[in-house]
Write a protein that binds this ligand. Structure first.
Ligand code: DMJ
Length: 610
C-alpha cells in the first residue's frame, strides 16, 4: 500500500510538471513536505474524496442496492380510484383582466431579473458542483446532503423547462440518465426528502415536457422501486430514515417509534402520481394504507383534529404532545387538499381530514400577534397540552408555516370555505410583515411574537437567563414594562417580536409560495408588489459570485452569508418568483386548475386536465 501511495505521489508531481519536475520538486522541498502530502493522499484513498473544497457528508463504501423478495408481501393492492367529482375553480378569472403596456413592461422586466438570477445560480452549480447535491455558493465546490445523486440537478429540471432553458434542460436530462440510484452517500436515506426532491423533480419534468423524455419516468420508477422496500415492514409504514445497506443485506428493519409526522404523512402526492403514470398500483397502495391510519387516529390524539409532530410508527401510537403546522408536521397538512386534487376528488376522506384539521387549527394554532402597526395579521403557532390537559399556545412564528396561507386559499376554493380565504390573507400578511420588519427585509427561521398589549412583559418573560439581564443592577426593580423595554434594547429585539430564536434565512420558499397562490386565487396585483419587495431584499442579501447563499442573521442590514444553497432555491423559491411575474393565462404558466404542485414546488398534471 505504502509503495502504491509513494508512486502515486510521484505520479502527482509527474502529472503536474513532468517526471523531471516531480523529481526536482521532491529533492528541493524539505523532507516534511512529503509526509504531509502523503497524509493528504492517504485521506484521499481512504475516503475517496477529491482534494477539492467539495465534500460528501458521509461515505459508506460501495454497497449496491439489489431487489430482494418482500418479507411482508402485499397481494391485494388498493386500486387507484377511477371516478372523480367536479372540483370548483381555484384561479381568479384572469381573462377578464387587461394590463396596460406600462404594467406589462414592468412585469416582464422583473421576470427577466428572476430568470437572470436563476441562470446565475444554475451556472454556479454546473461549474462547481454539477451532478452533486449542492453547490457551495461562497467558496465553490460541493456538498452532498441528499444521497449524492445530484439533488440540485434533479430538483431544478422543471424550473429549467418552465423558464424555457431548453438546451440546459436537455443537458440535465442526459446527466440524470447516468445517475446510479443503486448506491449513495447516506447511511440512513431520508425517504421523504428523496421522494419530494428526486421523485417529485423527475415526475414533474416528465409531466411538464409532455412525457417526451421517457427516461425521466424510468429513473423515477427505478428510485421509487428502491424506496418501496422501505415500506416492507409488518404494518407497511415506511422506515423513514432507512438504513438501506442493512436492508440490502437482508436485515429486517421496522418503522421508528420516533417518526416525524411530515416524513410519513407527505409521500402521497408523489407515490400517487407514479401509480397514475405507470399504471402500477403498488405505490398508491402503500400511501392509501398510511392514510387509513391517519383517518382513524385524527380524533384520538391529544388535540383531536391534529396529528402530533412525532408518531410512533412502529406501534402506531399518536400520543405525542406537540402540534404545529410548522417544521416536522407541515407538508402532511399541505398534502391533504393536494392528494384530493390529484385523485380528482374521488376520495372524500382527504377533504374531511383537511376540514377537521383546519377547524382545530383555527381554534388552537392561529393567533393574532400584537405588532406595531396593529394590523390584523395572523400567525400559526405551536400548541401542546398543559399538565391539566388544557391546550396552551406557544406564540412562535416559523418561516416554514408560511405555506399555510396558500394551503388555506386553495382549500377555500375547492372545499367551498369562503371564510378561509380571509384567514389565508391574514396569515400571509403576517409573513409579509415579518419580512418587512427586519433590517435586512428577510423573515427569520423562527421567532416569538405576542398576542396582546402585554408586549414588554412578554419580552421579560422570554429573557430570563442571567446573561440576558440588564447590566445596570439598579433597573432590576423597574416595572415589567420598563424592564422589558430595556431587555428589548439590550437583546436586539425588533419591534413586534418578543424574542428571536433562529435568525437565519436559508433561501426558503414558503412566503413567496403563498404569495404566488394568493395572487392566482385573488388576482390582486398588490401581491406582485409584495413579491418584488421581498425579491429585492433576498437578492441583496444572498447573492454571491457563484450563486446565492443562506444568511446568518436577518437582523443585520447587510447580513453575513453562510456557504450553503439548498436545492429548493432553484426548485421552489425562484420558480415561485418566476410564476408570480408570469401571465397567468399564458402557456406553461402552471394553471392551478390544471396542475398540483408537490411540497417541493414540482407541478404534476391533474387528471381532470386534457
Ligand atoms: C422544502 O424541501 C419543502 O418545501 C419542504 O416541505 C419543507 N422544507 C423545504 C423548503 O423550506
Amino acid at each position: 500500500m505504502r509503495r502504491i501511495l509513494s508512486s502515486s505521489l510521484f505520479q502527482f508531481f509527474a502529472d503536474v510538471g513532468g517526471v523531471g519536475a516531480g523529481r526536482a520538486m521532491l529533492s528541493r522541498r524539505r523532507f516534511w513536505l512529503a509526509p504531509a502530502i502523503f497524509f493528504l493522499i492517504v485521506i484521499y484513498f481512504v475516503t475517496k474524496r477529491p482534494l477539492s473544497s467539495g465534500s460528501d457528508s458521509r461515505h459508506y463504501g460501495n454497497v449496491r442496492w439489489q431487489k430482494r423478495p418482500a418479507r411482508y408481501p402485499i397481494s391485494d393492492y388498493t386500486a387507484l380510484p377511477k371516478t372523480g367529482t367536479a372540483i370548483p375553480r381555484i384561479q381568479f378569472d384572469f381573462s377578464s383582466r387587461t394590463e396596460s403596456p406600462k404594467e406589462k413592461t414592468l412585469r416582464l422586466s422583473r421576470r427577466q431579473k428572476i430568470k437572470d438570477a436563476f441562470i446565475h445560480a444554475w451556472s454556479g452549480y454546473t461549474k462547481h458542483a454539477f451532478g452533486k447535491d449542492e453547490v457551495r455558493p461562497i467558496n465553490g465546490g460541493y456538498r452532498n446532503s441528499f444521497g449524492g445523486w445530484g439533488a440540485t440537478l434533479v430538483d431544478s429540471l422543471d424550473t429549467l423547462w418552465l423558464m424555457g432553458l431548453r438546451e440546459e434542460f436537455v443537458e440535465a436530462v442526459d446527466a440524470v440518465e447516468k445517475i446510479d440510484f443503486t448506491t449513495n452517500t447516506e447511511k440512513d436515506l431520508n425517504v421523504f426528502e428523496t421522494t419530494i426532491r428526486y421523485i417529485g423533480g423527475l415526475l414533474s419534468a416528465y409531466d411538464l415536457s409532455e412525457r417526451r423524455y421517457e427516461s425521466l419516468l424510468t429513473k423515477a420508477t427505478e428510485l421509487a422501486d428502491m424506496l418501496y422496500a422501505a415500506f416492507d415492514t409488518p404494518n407497511h409504514f415506511p422506515v423513514c430514515r432507512w438504513d438501506w445497506r442493512k436492508a440490502a443485506a437482508g436485515v429486517q428493519l421496522v418503522p421508528s417509534d420516533y417518526t416525524l409526522l411530515a416524513e410519513v404523512g407527505s409521500l402521497s402526492v408523489e407515490f400517487t402520481r407514479l401509480s397514475q403514470l405507470t399504471g402500477d398500483p403498488k405505490y398508491y397502495d402503500v400511501i392509501a394504507r398510511i392514510s387509513k391510519h391517519m383517518v382513524d387516529a385524527q380524533d384520538k390524539t391529544l388535540l383531536p383534529g391534529l396529528w402530533p409532530t412525532i408518531v410512533n410508527t412502529r406501534d402506531l401510537k399518536w400520543d405525542f404532545n406537540h402540534f404545529t403546522f410548522g417544521g416536522m408536521a407541515d407538508s402532511t397538512y399541505e398534502y391533504l387538499p393536494k392528494e384530493y386534487l390529484l385523485l380528482n376528488g374521488a376520495d372524500q376522506s382527504y377533504g374531511l381530514m383537511y376540514e377537521r384539521a383546519i377547524t382545530t387549527a383555527e381554534e388552537h394554532l392561529f393567533f393574532r400577534p400584537m405588532i406595531p402597526t396593529n394590523a390584523p395579521v395572523l400567525f400559526s403557532g405551536t400548541t401542546s397540552l398543559t399538565e391539566q390537559g388544557h391546550p396552551s399556545l406557544d406564540p412562535q412564528g416559523q418561516h416554514l408555516t408560511c405555506f399555510t396561507a396558500g394551503m388555506l386559499a386553495i382549500g377555500s376554493k375547492i372545499f367551498d370555505r369562503p371564510n378561509d380565504l380571509h384567514t389565508a390573507k391574514q396569515l400571509l400578511d403576517g409573513c409579509i410583515w415579518a419580512y418587512n420588519a427586519t433590517p435586512s427585509g428577510l423573515m427569520p427561521e423562527t421567532f416569538h411574537v405576542w398576542d396582546d398589549d402585554r408586549y414588554y412583559a412578554a419580552i421579560a418573560a422570554r429573557h430570563t437567563d442571567s446573561d440576558e439581564q440588564p447590566s445596570d443592577p439598579s433597573v432590576s426593580d423597574a416595572s415589567p414594562v420598563e424592564h422589558g423595554k430595556l431587555l428589548a434594547k439590550q437583546n436586539g429585539v425588533i419591534p413586534g417580536f418578543t424574542a428571536h430564536g433562529d435568525n437565519r434565512y436559508i433561501l426558503r420558499p414558503e412566503a413567496i409560495e403563498s404569495i404566488f397562490i394568493l395572487y392566482r386565487v385573488t388576482g390582486d396585483t398588490a401581491y406582485q408588489e409584495a413579491a418584488w419587495r421581498m425579491w429585492e431584499a433576498i437578492d441583496r442579501a444572498t447573492k454571491t459570485k457563484i450563486a446565492n447563499a443562506a444568511i446568518f442573521d436577518v437582523r443585520m442590514k447587510i447580513p453575513l452569508q453562510s456557504d450553503r444553497m439548498e436545492s429548493f432555491w432553484l426548485a421552489e423559491t425562484l420558480k415561485y418568483f418566476w410564476l408570480v411575474f408570469g401571465d397567468p393565462v399564458g402557456d406553461g404558466e402552471v394553471d392551478l386548475d390544471e396542475w398540483v404542485l408537490n411540497t417541493e414546488a414540482h407541478p404534476f398534471r391533474r387528471p381532470t386536465a386534457a
